[in-house]
Design a protein around this ligand. Structure first.
Ligand SMILES: [Zn+2]
Ligand SMILES: [Zn+2]
Length: 547
């Protein structure tokens, strides 16, 4: 069978693997690339996903870096089935819509800018309507049910303990009279995460795709982290101040609600107002309520005892912008949980603007902060940050709490891996920054003697052939890795024609400027002009002969 690594390799986002058995093609995950402009450009060129020829997309979980390109694939002709757990479907329903909304907003914002500078119109990757349309193709399965997907292909979803509904996917393949087993770890949770169950242990497999987000890190213990949060809340209550927590809408927000609830239930803090100021987080919390069968035993017991672990005595859900603004008019101490988790968009920005400059306020960072985000700047100790065009002084307390992560750390990943009992196991280390995947791969090799591979983006492989054959990717030009870690994009014709329009426009502007200079009787004095134009001309001629 053939495998193609389409994303989530040597990077965290864009998870997608194409699998091919005879003429039957399917994907495991279909995530959006997120980060810098260059990597996000990959979202536009998805012909190598074969949207029209795919029979299935199996989703490990609802996070956008695993599910975010489903609407785009449907838009490009995918008519198969998207298979996932029920909770993943419920979450995808709100998250894909939200993602469509973000794509629309993003395009609108860019178009406003482009209009002013005369550039061409940007089309959103997909819209809310596209996202809604894609939901028609979803089909849900329960955990631990083995089901046939095609002739000689069986599949099973096991709990991955990462977010509600998240799954490890096992795939059994019959090839040449033999059965082989593939395992996709998806994103693996850590074992002390509240509400949801611990990751299922898998003991058998021939080939494993293993995530490595925190493959080089050890998290602080949950107990230590909760104690740190307790101290912060106690201090804020003493000073009548507010605690602002930027949090991802799914899982992290519910995790914090649960933890604050525990602190109140155990009598460590009195009841204080807790504002959930993120429409997506509010919908996500409702989905948690609907999927309590995914909860772990401790949470189930709380429910059975009549306690709702996702309720608090003074929880305030703010849906409208007016309600959101009113939070900061309340002079009592309180906790504000808002998105985005990396502080670069959404309502959290308003709360930061209101609290960053106040000495008594607390900002608590609990999740991963990507490079270049406001959250990362705060963690790195910035003295000021720019919000809504204004420079805001950072005077409040900034805390970083590591123990609330939804990903297993290095110890957790190795522990999970230690249950595999096949010494011939091959491990593809994915879903991590390049350096981290390589580091984890080396440790796995030393510790378990498993063969580890860090795939390249768009690399093809043949599995279970008598001798392993590595297929070079024909579509990639020779220069795959121009500079450290940066991979070159293979452009679509659509991308090229956009560039040509830019070229046309720039060329005309240049001509106009030259005409103006001539009509004013001026001369070009700078010798670079001639040289540069000559170079451009040469390059164009060369390109024309190559195309
Ligand atoms: Zn995830
Ligand atoms: Zn992920």
């Amino acid at each position: 069978m053939r495998v193609k690594f389409l994303g989530g390799v040597r990077t965290v986002t864009g998870s997608a693997t194409l699998l091919e058995k005879d003429s039957f093609k399917w994907l495991v995950d279909c995530g959006m690339f997120q980060g810098n402009k260059e990597i996000e450009e990959r979202n536009r060129n998805i012909q190598s996903y074969y949207p029209k020829d795919l029979s299935f997309i199996l989703l490990t979980h609802a996070h956008i870096d695993h599910s975010g390109l489903v609407p785009k694939l449907v838009k490009e002709g995918f008519r198969g089935k998207v298979i996932c757990t029920k909770a993943t479907f419920d979450l995808c329903e709100i998250m894909l819509r939200d993602s469509g909304h973000i794509q629309e907003m993003e395009a609108e914002w860019q178009n406003r800018k482009h209009q002013r500078s005369g550039k061409i119109e940007v089309i959103p990757l997909y819209t809310v309507k596209d996202a809604e349309e894609s939901l028609r193709y979803f089909q849900t399965v329960g955990y631990d049910e083995i089901f046939p997907m095609a002739d000689g292909v069986r599949v099973c979803f096991r709990d991955a303990g990462h977010i509600l509904g998240s799954a490890i996917i096992e795939i059994w393949i019959e090839e040449g009279g033999q059965e082989k087993k593939l395992v996709f770890s998806g994103d693996l949770g850590s074992s002390d995460q509240p509400i949801i169950r611990d990751p299922s242990k898998i003991e058998e497999g021939d080939v494993l795709w293993l995530e490595s987000t925190y493959g080089n890190r050890l998290h602080k213990s949950r107990e230590e982290t909760v104690n740190e949060l307790l101290k912060i809340i106690q201090e804020a209550i003493r000073d009548q101040a507010k605690v602002v927590i930027p949090a991802f809408a799914v899982e992290r927000t519910q995790d914090i609600i649960y933890t604050i609830g525990q602190l109140i239930r155990k009598g460590f803090i009195p009841s204080i107002p807790v504002y959930i100021d993120s429409p997506l987080a509010i919908s996500a919390t409702e989905i948690f309520h609907r999927n309590s069968d995914c909860f772990d035993q401790e949470t189930q017991e709380l429910l059975a005892g009549g306690e709702n672990p996702l309720e608090l005595p003074e929880i305030i859900y703010t849906k409208t912008t007016e309600e959101s603004k009113a939070i900061n008019e309340d002079s009592r101490s309180g906790i504000i949980i808002s998105a985005s988790g990396m502080c670069d968009s959404g309502r959290i920005k308003h709360h930061l603007k209101h609290h960053l400059w106040r000495k008594e306020s607390h900002i608590v960072i609990i999740g991963y902060q990507g490079e270049g985000t406001i959250g990362r700047r705060l963690v790195d100790g910035a003295k000021t940050v720019r919000l809504f065009g204004e420079e805001i002084a950072v005077k409040s307390h900034i805390h970083t709490l590591g123990g609330f992560s939804a990903h297993a750390d290095q110890k957790g990943l190795l522990e999970w891996l230690s249950h595999f009992n096949n010494p011939q196991l091959e491990v593809f280390v994915n879903h991590g920054e390049e350096k981290i995947s390589i580091e984890l791969g080396e440790i796995i090799c030393q510790k378990f003697h498993f063969k580890t591979i860090i795939p390249q983006w768009r690399e093809k492989k043949i599995l279970f052939a008598p001798k392993e054959i590595v297929m070079p990717e024909m579509e990639i030009p020779e220069k795959v890795m121009p500079e450290e870690g940066k991979q070159e994009i293979v452009p679509s014709l659509e991308m090229l024609s956009v560039l040509f329009r830019h070229l046309d426009r720039n060329y005309k502007m240049l001509r106009r400027k030259l005409r103006n200079l001539r009509s004013r009787g001026k001369e070009v004095k700078d010798p670079r002009w001639l040289r540069q134009l000559e170079e451009i001309n040469e390059k164009l001629e060369k390109l024309e002969s190559e195309l």
